[in-house]
Design a protein around this ligand. Structure first.
Ligand code: TYM
Length: 342
């Protein structure tokens, strides 16, 4: 890490988003928003993880579009593509190379404990791709190829980052080196787990069964208002304390979203909305969502109309990422005992 770069003082961030379907409010609140806040203090690599996306079938044209759209979403949200490294995973071959090494480090028992594989493979486990199974090894490679120290993600990725720590530690022990740092998951603020607007027990995700459960970053103001209006609630007024949210998953979710979008704590927004009816609160929440997502949406559209601009940032990002990755991969290969390339 360059000692002259003041942003490297607190460490090096790696985080990524899969280009599968549209970006949604969970991605924004759980991940991108935090990246924007942290980018001043860390050296950052932000990645569109297309290798991860193909662990389940992707239509090629849709994958190309989604890859640019995720990059556009990051930039439109305030990720600075000049001062951070913003790139596409498949453009840096070191990710796939290090993932192979980690396939040989991670134990089957570790992978068998991954809840995301169980969720995604579902009942038809035999028919899941081998890539889906070793997905967390590739994720560890993403982070460790750059000796990443901090990984800002939503709650659902915690187990994967913990596996990356186990892999780093086992590699270091087995090879008798101190090559990899143990990366820390950074899961902070309200909204680390944004839930579906239709069902407060289900995570907001691209695979949400109801289109009204997910707010997409590409949604129009009208669509955002409509989805919030239709959000599931309960018959009571909003509580006057955070403790009053116990057993009220939908209310807790909407208030957390409101807190995240307005940059306040849950306590603060509970104090503001105490005793309100949901209809009243939903109007305020919709205004806040439109105020935040409206300009992001407009800038995403502008960028998607200028794909060359996105591609230029991604090309430059890949060049910078390759420069950082090459010496680390060399160190890894030396530690393993591979002959140096001549
Ligand atoms: P992905 O593409 O599913 O999600 C991207 C980011 O958004 C967060 N997120 C959420 N946060 C709060 N509430 C939600 N409902 C919600 N849904 C998604 C995710 O936690 C994530 O931070 N495996 C990763 C991508 C990845 C990665 C990496 C991340 C690949 N390599 C290395 C960090 C470091 C994934 O599928 O994220």
């Amino acid at each position: 890490m360059s000692g002259s770069n003041p942003r490297s003082l607190k460490g090096r961030i790696f985080s990524g988003i899969q280009p599968t379907g549209n970006l949604h409010l969970g991605n924004y609140i759980g991940a991108i928003r935090n990246w924007v806040a942290m980018q001043k203090d860390y050296e950052c690599l932000f990645c569109v993880v297309d290798l991860h996306a193909i662990t389940v079938w992707q239509d090629p044209a849709a994958l190309r579009r989604a890859t640019r759209e995720v990059a556009a979403g990051m930039i439109a949200s305030g990720v600075d593509p000049e001062n951070n490294i913003l790139f596409v995973q498949s453009h840096v071959s070191g990710h796939a190379e290090l993932a192979w090494v980690f396939n040989c480090v991670a134990r089957l028992g570790w992978l068998n404990r991954m809840t995301q594989f169980k969720d995604k493979a579902g009942k038809n486990r035999e028919n899941a791709s081998a890539g889906l199974y070793v997905y967390p090894n590739l994720m560890a490679a993403d982070i460790l190829l750059y000796k990443g120290t901090h990984v800002p993600v939503g709650e659902d990725q915690k187990q994967h980052v913990e596996l990356a720590r186990d892999i780093a530690q086992k590699f270091n022990n087995d090879a008798g080196v101190n090559l990899f740092p143990l990366p820390e998951p950074v899961i902070q603020g309200v909204g680390t787990r944004v839930m579906s607007l239709r069902d407060g027990s289900r995570k907001m995700s691209k695979s949400e069964p109801s289109e009204f459960g997910v707010i997409y970053m590409t949604d129009t103001a009208e669509a955002i208002r409509d989805k919030i209006k239709r959000a599931t609630t309960d018959p009571n007024l909003l509580p006057d304390s955070v403790a009053g949210l116990e057993g009220r998953a939908e209310a807790a979710n909407l208030l957390s979203i409101y807190a995240a979008l307005t940059g306040r704590t849950l306590e603060q927004v509970v104090a503001e909305t105490a005793g309100q009816q949901f209809s009243q609160f939903k109007a305020i929440l919709a205004d806040a969502a439109v105020a935040v997502l409206g300009p992001i949406n407009a800038e995403m559209k502008r960028l998607m109309d200028h794909p060359d601009e996105i591609d230029r940032f991604l090309k430059r990002g890949a060049e910078k990422a390759r420069d950082l990755a090459a010496p680390v991969l060399k160190e890894v290969y030396d530690a393993i005992g591979f002959l140096p390339r001549t």
